[in-house]
Design a protein around this ligand. Structure first.
Ligand SMILES: [Zn+2]
Ligand SMILES: [Zn+2]
Length: 395
């Protein structure tokens, strides 16, 4: 095996720009992006003519894959689930769990830690989604696990895993939630508002406490209210923004889009990207563990869930989407083809932006010299033609 690989003749999406170039990988890093040309001594040439060559995708919100749930305590399951996503072009990910008791959560995080040493895909850390969520907006989370913040629960977890938790999703309007947000920031964890119906004022207080991200935009998220704006005067009701509008207004807050064609109308995706730009938006798969399995019934938490026609719905409440079954590369495809976003923008939203949100953009999500040699190659129809981790082909 030669020491260096050149992905040659493709169009490179860095993802900040698209250029005709050859990408040189060696020593586990990107060494150079140079004009098209013949290979040099000691370089193995991989023909990428007619293909897009961009950073491997970074999924910061994903619950499992290939039949393996990231909420369990088995590191092998995390490795196998991450491997499924790797086969779909996701080279880095942060496993997530739905609301579960804290002792289980602790075991799930420990399992992800152990998996991190063995997984071919990079395990960036763990995204805690729950349990401090709005009960009415809890979506697929089980009511019996959802409750108000309790420092006796979250403080020990933060002490044990501050170095590994990447993101913590909570409803900032709950009593004590601002303290969780501040504790997360102190621990270097990205606090994120999700499953929330905070008022505009409550959302601003959360930003002041350190909130900088929001979870799956629009999904389980409150919007504008019709209410009396000046109660001291005799007035009718007016319109006050909720979280949906506040996210669009506040540039300091990033957000996530589930671009599977079921969660969000294409025009909604266009609206959010128009307001925030690709630097303010992450694509996230938010997949249930069943993604990659044949369609049929699975159990999520203890809820019978149907995977059918490309989406997972709760069997007894078919109007409720349980989760996505589209991996991140499928969302890049959909965002480009169906929502009309430029490919480079969709790619950036699935690589550089999520890496930056959780503080991994010093090595992940960008094709540039010294960055990790994690690369996704797709053809003109956006079929995956190659996946590289640390410069080695894995798919
Ligand atoms: Zn959620
Ligand atoms: Zn989720």
């Amino acid at each position: 095996m030669s020491a260096a690989t050149v992905l040659a003749g493709g169009r490179v999406i860095t993802p900040f720009r698209a250029v005709e170039g050859d990408v040189l990988l060696a020593g586990g890093r990107v060494q150079d992006i140079r004009p098209w040309g013949p290979p040099r001594a000691g370089e193995e040439r991989v023909d990428c003519a007619g293909c897009w060559v961009g950073p491997g995708l970074v999924d910061i919100h994903v619950h499992g894959g290939g039949g393996h749930d990231f909420a369990g305590d088995d590191p092998d399951a995390v490795v196998a689930g991450a491997d499924y996503h790797l086969s779909q072009g996701t080279t880095s990910l942060a496993p997530s769990a739905l609301s579960i008791p804290f002792d289980q959560l602790d075991r799930a995080i420990r399992a992800a830690r152990r998996a991190a040493g063995r997984s071919r895909a990079t395990i960036l850390g763990f995204h805690v989604e729950g349990v401090y969520l709005d009960m009415e907006y809890r979506g697929g989370h089980l009511a019996r696990h959802v409750h108000d913040p309790d420092p006796r629960e979250y403080r020990p977890l933060l002490e044990a895993h501050a170095d590994f938790i990447t993101e913590w999703t909570l409803a900032p309007e709950l009593p004590g939630a601002l303290d969780v947000i501040a504790a997360c920031r102190e621990a270097g964890i990205m606090p994120s508002a999700g499953h929330t119906r905070a008022s505009y004022e409550q959302f601003l207080a959360a930003i002041e406490a350190g909130l900088r991200h929001t979870t799956h935009y629009a999904c389980c998220m409150g919007n504008m209210r019709f209410e009396v704006l000046q109660p001291d005067k005799t007035t009718g009701k007016g319109f006050a923004p909720g979280v949906l509008e506040a996210v669009l207004l506040h540039d300091e807050v990033t957000t996530e889009l589930i671009c599977d064609g079921f969660h969000l109308h294409p025009a909604f995706v266009q609206l959010v990207v128009k307001c925030k730009g690709p630097r303010g938006v992450c694509l996230v798969s938010d997949t249930v563990f069943g993604v990659g399995l044949p369609e049929g019934e699975i159990t999520v938490g203890d809820q019978p869930t149907l995977m059918k026609n490309g989406i997972a719905i709760i069997r007894d409440r078919p109007e409720i989407i349980a989760s996505s079954v589209t991996p991140l590369s499928g969302m890049v495809r959909w965002a480009h083809r169906k929502a009309g976003l430029p490919l480079a923008a969709a790619w950036e939203m699935a690589s550089a932006t999520p890496a930056r949100v959780i503080g991994a953009d010093d090595r992940k999500g960008i094709l540039a010299p010294r960055m990790d040699a994690d690369v996704l190659v797709m053809d003109q129809d956006l079929n995956i033609r190659g996946v590289y981790v640390a410069g080695r082909r894995v798919q």
